[in-house]
Design a protein around this ligand. Structure first.
Ligand code: 3BY
Ligand code: FES
Ligand code: FE
Length: 420
């Protein structure tokens, strides 16, 4: 790129960000163009703390799980001393990808190309047939910042991660700790490739305006989510009355058990935007199942009642999770290409829960598998439509305020990046 084409390229990005009308969806190129995708990787995925895994996926020394963050292959693993580590999953010899897709367990990380061998601390332990002056200490795996928060694993690719994550972690952790997710076990992990830009996947998650497309979820998830008394549509009045009763009971339970439940919603006024809330569920109020009763007989964290509603955590840029009395479901959104995104969903249960005895995996996975499939179809439709030259940004409804918060937060990140 010459200096002048680089400037006009930057100008184009600047102008598109400056044109954004608050309260309206983003222009098409944000979802479709490679230059915006590359900007997202630099401004968002290359800079911020990202949710990528659960500690339950790497319980023992040597356990690993890999993740692709745009063009960056990363491995998260448990080192020999029991600590969490993350590295670029790229061999320091000639760059081959080290560990394959999925999860596994190793004593050492051995590159499949020429057998360079790394310890779980990332140090190069062995490189065959090198001259005597070869210094292995110069070729350790490149580390990636990693930390666990209440059993959720975050990585940051930047040299200097955003400092405000410490505060978010400290505020969120007390909500998560009673559920003992660090000690939980993985009941299932499912990767779903969605045919849409990562932001469409996130935006879709941030509203329930489309929730009549989720009949299975809506048996227990109140469709009034995101509405206020002032903008509640008449057809949701009966559900709202049911919600108020369930909510009063749920709050009494939280108070009795000393579980933090207050809503914190700081989605767009900080680098690490987040929202957390404990909230009632409909029917039996215990779990995301067809009748709302627990799908697993063993409660997470040994809590004394299964009727806990759900704890919902939303984090910018790329995740949400729900914790109910008997299981947790985490969702990581990982961009693959401008119009393709991986949604990784992980179901956690009590470590002593036995599949087939304490839980039936089909029942456990039923609601969110259906919901994810429905959302994937909506995201693909949205991607198709916003790819048309005829698409122009449209206005958000009041109940879509979290989508607006996401886009305001996102454009602030782009402005920051372009101003650097
Ligand atoms: O996952 C959530 O947070 C919910 C589910 C339905 C829409 N969304 C707001
Ligand atoms: Fe890994 Fe050669 S590229 S050992
Ligand atoms: Fe949905």
């Amino acid at each position: 790129m010459t200096a002048s084409t680089a400037t006009s390229h930057q100008d184009r990005l600047h102008e598109a960000v400056a044109r954004r009308r608050p309260g309206h969806s983003l222009e098409g190129p944000f979802y479709t163009d490679r230059e915006f995708y590359d900007l997202d990787i630099a401004a968002v995925f290359g800079r911020l703390w990202l949710f990528v895994a659960t500690e339950a996926e790497v319980p023992e020394p040597g356990d690993w799980t890999t993740v692709e963050i745009g063009p960056y292959p990363v491995v998260v693993l448990r080192d020999d001393a029991g600590g969490l580590r993350a590295f670029h999953n790229v061999c320091r010899h000639r760059g081959a990808r080290l560990l394959g897709p999925g999860r596994g367990s190793v004593a050492n990380l051995v590159c499949g190309y020429h057998k360079w061998t790394y310890g779980t601390d990332g140090a190069l332990r062995h490189a065959p047939a090198q001259p005597p002056d070869f210094d292995p200490s110069c070729y350790g795996l490149k580390p990636v910042h990693v930390r666990g928060v209440g059993g959720l694993v975050f990585v940051c690719l930047a040299d200097a991660p955003p400092a405000d994550f410490d505060e978010v972690a400290a505020r969120v952790e007390p909500y998560l700790l009673p559920h003992a997710l660090r000690e939980a076990k993985v009941a299932a992990r499912v990767d779903l490739v969605e045919e849409g830009n990562w932001k469409l996947v996130m935006e879709n998650n941030r509203e329930c305006y489309h929730c009549d497309g989720h009949p299975e979820l809506l048996r227990t998830f109140f469709p009034t989510y995101g509405y206020t008394e002032a903008n509640l549509p008449p057809h949701l009045r009966a559900a709202h009355d049911r919600y108020l009763r369930a909510d009063a009971e749920a709050r009494a339970t939280y108070e009795r058990l000393g579980l933090p439940y207050a809503l914190i919603e700081e989605l767009d006024d900080r680098v690490t935007g987040f929202r957390i809330q404990r909230d009632a569920l409909d029917l039996a109020g215990e779990s995301f199942t067809p009748d709302g009763t627990a799908a697993c007989r063993r409660p997470l964290g040994g809590l004394p009642t299964p009727r806990l509603g759900h704890l919902a955590l939303h984090l910018q840029p790329n995740s949400w999770c729900h914790v109910v009395g008997d299981h947790a479901i985490t969702f990581a959104v990982l961009p693959l290409a401008p119009g393709r995104t991986l949604l990784r969903t992980t179901w956690l249960v009590d470590p002593d829960a036995v599949e087939g005895e304490d839980y039936d995996p089909d029942t456990l996975l039923e609601v969110w598998t259906a919901t994810n499939g429905q959302d994937a179809r909506l995201v693909a439709r949205a991607q198709h439509g916003v790819s048309s030259p005829a698409y122009v940004p449209g206005p958000y409804a009041p109940t879509e305020y979290q989508v607006e918060a996401f886009c305001a937060w996102y454009t602030a990140r782009l402005r920051e990046e372009l101003g650097r």
